[in-house]
Design a protein around this ligand. Structure first.
Ligand SMILES: [Zn+2]
Length: 220
């Protein structure tokens, strides 16, 4: 009689352990499925991590230097990412506008934030006189509304970080040479590219905030 009870208890225990094992295996299976499903997203996160890291690797200087002649001359800017713009249709603002204290064209120097190569140069209806620099780690830096260029840049020209690109202006929003449709400022755009997206705009605001501590001085 006693042996029967022990046998029954052992049987129950085995049954219980079997159920536990089955439940554990089901749970593990579920976990594996979840991990597999997340792989593409994780890979994507990795891609974006590296793209953003490339921006940090290449940035060296704030694009507008301090003035040696007028130390009070300042630059204001806010996070206007995707604010509505309406010239030639309605769209979001893909950049940051650096506004000088004085609304004068052709005074404030615009410097390259990175080493790189000139990719685009010349007039754009929206951007006015612009220059686009492809940095070492494949990031496109776009400087728009310039008053003039520092020299006769050609696509393929090498540019050093801190090199003078031109002077800040108010060109754009019309045919070549159009000026004065808005206050003088420098529009900065940052674009990375992926296999699927050739021009992916990134908000320059926090990068510029970081670079505020890295201003060169210039005689102006
Ligand atoms: Zn802008």
């Amino acid at each position: 009689m006693r042996q029967n009870k022990i046998f029954a208890a052992a049987l129950l225990l085995l049954l219980f352990l079997g159920l536990l094992l089955q439940w554990e295996l089901d749970w593990l299976d579920g976990q594996t499925e979840e991990v597999t499903e997340n792989i593409p997203e994780k890979e994507q996160a990795r891609v974006y991590y590296e793209l953003y890291e490339n921006i940090w690797k290449d940035l060296e200087y704030f694009p507008v230097p301090l003035s040696t002649k007028n130390p009070d001359a300042g630059i204001r800017f806010e996070d206007s990412w995707m604010f509505e713009r309406s010239y030639g249709g309605s769209y979001g603002h893909e950049g940051t506008d650096l506004m000088p204290d004085t609304n004068v064209s052709g005074v404030y120097p615009v410097l390259s934030m990175t080493d790189g190569v000139v990719e685009k140069i010349g007039w754009l209806e929206k951007g006015g006189y612009r220059i686009g620099i492809r940095s070492v780690h494949d990031v496109y830096f776009y400087y728009a509304h310039l008053d003039s260029y520092a020299r006769d840049f050609q696509p393929g020209d090498a540019v050093r970080a801190g090199e003078l690109l031109g002077l800040m202006g108010d060109t754009g929003y019309g045919q070549e040479g159009t000026r004065g449709k808005f206050d003088v400022h420098l529009h900065v755009g940052i674009y990375v590219r992926t296999e699927q997206i050739p021009e992916l705009a990134v908000n320059p605001y926090w990068f510029l905030k970081f670079l505020e501590a890295r201003k060169l001085s210039y005689d102006y």
